[in-house]
Design a protein around this ligand. Structure first.
Ligand SMILES: [Zn+2]
Length: 357
């Protein structure tokens, strides 16, 4: 079987659904549509803020294809337990709004979109955390105004100056006074413990985000909380600063040990799957694939289970870079797809020579 086999959209739905269940313990249909690139995250975020009457108009696929996807998703998740949590926009100034995905009535599919299916292996504790996350009121969001364009409050007509905060709901802008959030103080992101504690001590809370137009996404800048809560959090953080520093050192030591163990295990798996691969190359493959934070094959969730497919992919990646002219082709601006095709026979030959005869 060629390892470059392209999946068609139906196979993708099956693969994405099962991979997501495996990796994160639960899966929702909207997530699958985003993963298929049929839905962009900016539109999804705006829909979640109640800016669109439904989401269907933004799906980049035909209704027929979507119908197929719904059917496959339903079949793949049939028999699994689920948490039903309607998509809701939690309004500060109006009544809460239930968000609709479809443009036309179809109760069955609409309900399917609200279901978060659980993996058979998910722990009770993880299920409860997920249930809490899905059913709790999401954090209130306040925006940092970074644009040069002047913003006017829709209620009192005050101007929101640059670098000030505003609240937005259903395409309308409100100054913090009208949103009754003006008594809160800003705590910049950076100290996660301080922010978490300040949030805990505060009666009111809002997350401050700014739209990054280059990356086309909202990014967190800090939080708005009671002034008193920040002071309390600062005191509590200074009290256990030493204790937390010791814990940090311990956990980083543990991480180094875990990484070492994981690389060792990975090495063993490569050697057992490719017994004729020279020892030096086996270690090189394992070390390269398992670097923390590299996002390489070895660091992905599936690979942590050390399954044959992940090991094979790591070996392929290694051969591609070390035993073919792939990198040189890339440097010569050959398209990636062509490069991969050109070096495929060399990779297959090498793989065979390292496997048992
Ligand atoms: Zn106002």
């Amino acid at each position: 079987m060629s390892f470059y086999k392209k999946l068609n959209f139906k196979e993708k739905v099956t693969k994405y659904t099962n991979d997501t269940l495996d990796q994160s313990g639960s899966v929702n249909l909207l997530f699958i549509l985003s993963k298929m690139n049929w839905l962009n995250s900016q539109q999804l975020q705006k829909w979640q803020q109640g800016l669109y009457p439904n989401l269907e108009g933004f799906f980049q696929s035909t209704p027929q294809k979507r119908l197929e996807v719904y059917k496959i998703f339903q079949a793949e998740t049939s028999g699994l337990k689920f948490i039903e949590a309607p998509w809701t926009f939690h309004s500060l100034l109006n009544e809460n709004i239930k968000l609709k995905v479809l443009s036309e009535e179809n109760e069955d599919v609409e309900t399917l979109f609200c279901r978060h299916f659980l993996s058979k292996d998910i722990s009770t504790r993880k299920t409860e955390t997920l249930r809490k996350k899905l059913t709790q009121k999401p954090d209130l969001r306040v925006f940092l105004h970074e644009d040069k364009k002047a913003l006017e409050c829709n209620a009192c007509h005050a101007i929101v100056e640059k670098e000030n905060f505003f609240y937005s709901e259903l395409k309308k802008t409100y100054c913090l006074k009208c949103a009754e959030l003006d008594k809160l103080a800003f705590q910049e992101s950076g100290d996660a413990t301080l922010s978490r504690r300040a949030k805990k001590y505060s009666q009111k809370f809002a997350e401050v985000v700014e739209f990054n137009s280059k990356k086309k996404r909202f990014e967190r800048r800090g939080i708005l909380v009671d002034k008193k809560a920040i002071e309390l959090a600062q005191v509590s953080c200074s009290q256990d600063a030493t204790e937390r520093a010791t814990k940090r050192i311990k956990s980083s030591e543990k991480r180094v040990q875990d990484d070492f163990d994981f690389t060792q295990e990975f090495t063993k798996s490569v050697a057992s799957l490719f017994p004729l691969c020279p020892e030096g190359e086996v270690s090189a493959i394992a070390e390269h694939a398992t670097v923390r934070g590299s996002g390489r094959v070895g660091r992905r969730a599936a690979a942590k289970k050390l399954d044959d497919e992940s090991i094979r992919l790591a070996v392929i990646a290694y051969i591609r870079h070390k035993h073919t002219f792939y990198d040189r082709l890339l440097l010569n601006r050959t398209p990636k797809k062509t490069c991969r095709k050109l070096v495929q026979p060399v990779i297959e030959k090498k793989l065979k020579s390292w496997e048992t005869k």
